[in-house]
Design a binder for this molecule. Sequence first.
Ligand SMILES: [Zn+2]
Length: 121
Amino acid sequence: MRIKPQSADVYLKYKCPKCDAIHLAQREETVFPGGVLCCCGYKLRFAPVKSIKLSLDYGVVAQTLDKAAIAATQVLRGQGFDKAEIDMMMKMSDSKLNPQLRNNVEYRVKACLQQFAEPTS
Ligand SMILES: [Zn+2]
């Protein structure tokens, strides 16, 4: 029997208008009146999100991650990064990858970590 999820955690992504750094927040955090301080000093104030509606489509899914990306994800998980952080690093590093090194797991891990270290680049 294939089971369906009981619930989901959704991270909202915000881009700092001053330095373009990406910030992740959960819905509950959007109602904090104080906002979030960016590393550049800009104070991000989120529009409060009352609810998030998520719809799931079940069916055959094409694998979107290649083998090196899946292995790199497991390495990063082992280093304590959560799914949202890894997704963000993968997405940001993807366009800058050297095509000849795409299938090298160590290279993919390093490319991801560079995105995490330099969110503004
Ligand atoms: Zn900023």
